[in-house]
Design a protein around this ligand. Structure first.
Ligand code: PMP
Length: 431
């Protein structure tokens, strides 16, 4: 097999750190729309979209044409110069982001966007300590690893002082062993005690994902953010919404945080913004942005090619109402997944998510009180679905969550096909 040769060289010349999900990594060579093809000629329906990054389909013609035209015009001058695509994209982001968010700082990844956001929270509030959430994922720099609430993603002990973690709002595995709604959203209420007992009493802010992505699409109860953000502001902090996974229509609205009735002071974005072209951004209110008094530059930040890709991607999302479509298709997908849970109640412990960000939590036996996570079932499911031509994702602290997030351009027939493949695959692993 041609792929074997690449896999061998990959092992020889690349760090082993990248995780591949499968016993044998898939070597992808081509993509169009919602389908991918590997080096051995096998085709796959893509229900993970390059980790929630392919918003408008692989090799989208409109994005490609815009990118090719920009490449012929100008590819790089650095952030020292304001280019037309950079400024136009910043203006679009100011218009489509909620509340008073207006000024943009461009980078090339979600990690850098979060790094910048924490620095800006400190610069604006003159406070140091920052809150993040357990089960959250913020990126791979040392600060982002310290913010991340998963031991698995921390390569070295955190050297960053002042990062505190509040409990996850993980209803099906409530860390406080309570049940919603009688719990009174105690996980959010606890933030006050955490601030009063583990910080100086004045904090820079809270950084949180509206839906925790790597954590396994953990979807908080409706009141969570109103309670949490009110407490954070009472203690001098700002609220940073990490929309790296949830942004750009993914959840059925343009932003994940729009489901929760709060306005962030900053928002970080990456992934779905440019359909696979490397771009990240921090969008902040004017006072927050203007509080930075020292120069700060990202050489590749706001690269004109990536900015043109982002501008075109956002135009397509808006023109084709892809956020509304994400809701509509997401409901169909969720319905199919609920039916699978009905059929395989022993293995599927929870179905959750919003729009085209849907997860299945696999358990050893749903009837066991604490729903023991079943990471081996997840691995087997990935192998079975791959065999049948479907790519899906994995996540969760225990590696037992199946993450499903196709491009926003997905069709009803594709969802039907994916559900059938999942059905056959679950039948196989429950045998
Ligand atoms: N925040 C969230 C919510 C993420 O899911 C990720 C990536 N999985 C990051 C930040 C980091 O983004 P990147 O990998 O582009 O640095």
């Amino acid at each position: 097999m041609l792929s074997d040769e690449i896999r061998k060289k990959h092992q020889e010349y690349l760090f082993p750190a990248g995780s591949h999900f499968y016993e044998k990594a898939v070597v992808l060579t081509e993509g169009k729309g919602n389908r991918l093809c590997d080096l051995d000629g096998r085709s796959y329906l893509d229900f993970f979209g390059g980790i929630l990054t392919i918003s408008v389909g692989h090799a989208n013609d409109e994005v490609n044409q815009a990118v090719i035209a920009q490449m012929a015009r100008l590819t790089h001058v650095s952030a020292l110069y304001p280019t037309v695509p950079m400024v136009e994209l910043a203006e679009i982001l100011a218009h489509i982001t909620p509340g008073k968010l207006q000024k943009c700082f461009f980078v090339t990844s979600g990690t850098e966007a979060n790094e910048t956001a924490v620095m800006m929270a400190q610069s604006y509030t003159h406070n140091q300590e920052i809150l993040a959430l357990r089960h959250g994922y913020s990126g791979r720099s040392l600060l982002a690893q310290a913010l991340t609430g998963h031991a698995r993603w921390r390569a070295v002990p955190s050297q960053v002082a002042g990062v505190k973690h509040a409990p996850a709002r993980y209803c099906c595995r409530c860390p406080l062993k309570l049940t919603y709604p009688s719990c009174g959203v105690a996980c959010a209420q606890q933030i006050e005690e955490i601030i009063e007992t583990t910080t100086t009493g004045r904090i820079a802010g809270l950084l949180a994902e509206p839906i925790q992505g790597v954590g396994g699409f953990i979807t908080p109860p409706q009141e969570y953010f109103e309670i949490a953000v009110q407490i954070v502001r009472k203690y001098g902090g700002v609220f940073i919404a990490d929309e790296v996974q949830t942004g750009f229509g993914r959840t059925g609205k343009m932003w994940g945080i729009e489901h929760y009735n709060v306005e962030p002071d900053m928002m970080t974005v990456a992934k779905g913004i440019a359909n696979g072209h490397p771009l990240g951004a921090l969008i902040a209110t004017v006072p927050v942005a203007d509080s930075l008094r020292k120069p700060s530059i990202s050489t590749f930040g706001g690269n004109p090619v990536s900015c043109v890709a982002a501008k075109t991607t956002i135009e397509i999302i808006q023109r084709d109402h892809l956020q509304e479509r994400a809701k509509e298709m997401g409901d169909i997908l969720n319905n199919g997944l609920q039916q699978l849970q009905h059929k395989y109640p022993r293995t599927i412990g929870d179905v959750r998510g919003m729009g085209l960000m849907q997860a299945l939590e696999l358990v050893v036996d749903e009837t066991v009180q604490n729903r023991t996570p079943h990471p081996q079932a997840t691995l087997r499911l990935l192998e079975e679905t791959k065999k049948r031509g479907l790519l899906i994702g994995k996540g969760g602290l225990y590696g037992n969550v199946v993450r499903i997030a196709p491009p926003l351009t997905i069709q009803k027939d594709d969802i039907q096909e994916a559900i059938e493949i999942l059905d056959e695959s679950f039948a196989c692993i429950e045998k």
